[in-house]
Design a protein around this ligand. Sequence first.
Ligand SMILES: NC(=O)c1ccc[n+]([C@@H]2O[C@H](COP(=O)([O-])OP(=O)(O)OC[C@H]3O[C@@H](n4cnc5c(N)ncnc54)[C@H](OP(=O)(O)O)[C@@H]3O)[C@@H](O)[C@H]2O)c1
Length: 222
Amino acid sequence: MSEKVKSIAILGGTGDLGGGLARQWSRAGYKILIGSRTLEKGQAAAQALLDEFSDLNVTGHENLEACLGADLAVLTVPFAHQLPTLETVKSGLIGKILIDVTVPLMPPKVGTVQLPDSGSAAVQAQNYLGEEVQVISAFQNVGAVHLQGDHGIACDVLVTGNKRSARDSVIELVEALGLKGWHAGPLANAAAAEALTSVLITINRHHGIDGSGIVITGEPQK
Ligand SMILES: NC(=O)c1ccc[n+]([C@@H]2O[C@H](COP(=O)([O-])OP(=O)(O)OC[C@H]3O[C@@H](n4cnc5c(N)ncnc54)[C@H](OP(=O)(O)O)[C@@H]3O)[C@@H](O)[C@H]2O)c1
């Protein structure tokens, strides 16, 4: 487990991707605070995990309370609710890393790349939160279906953000899940990972794949 990050708040951790991350990180030994708009829903999601694995350190909270109690937070809500959710938790994120998994999908055309005016959902989050929060973008290209089971995950994760040390911390969390994380440059590059998700959705539909992903080729020398 990371020396620095021991507890993780997952905002919207009651949903598909957040629930999968909660499952995998709690089983890797992290303390997980599942955040929700309602305390009851957060607690029910935590209890469902504990019913399956009684020794996990998982609790349910309202989103802000989860942020305040954790070393790092992960935002896992649909794009339409990204900024409204950040408004409710901003004070709990000061001085912390926020991992943003948001893909700016705009239904019904989710198989078509549609990026926001700021360039990406991650840049939109950073602009809103300001420099007191380090936004790191990751996990856009991992299907939730792979995190909800125990079958192992053959998928790489592009990690973008403006501070290398913050990307290092997130790559450690990525690799705790058995995934390969890559330094993919500044937060502006999150546009590529976010756009790629619509490509993967199209591939899933066309080829009948349940959660296609990406793998970077080449042998790292450092
Ligand atoms: N699903 C995937 O395979 C996948 C893969 C890569 C990236 N992503 C990204 O991950 C994020 C979450 O996706 P998901 O599929 O996990 O979403 P989801 O299951 O539909 O929703 C996640 C959570 O968002 C919260 N939420 C729903 N409506 C809301 C509203 N009106 N206002 C505020 N919060 C609301 C809910 O939490 P509470 O009701 O508990 O508050 C819900 O459990 C998205 O940005 C998506 O693009 C998803």
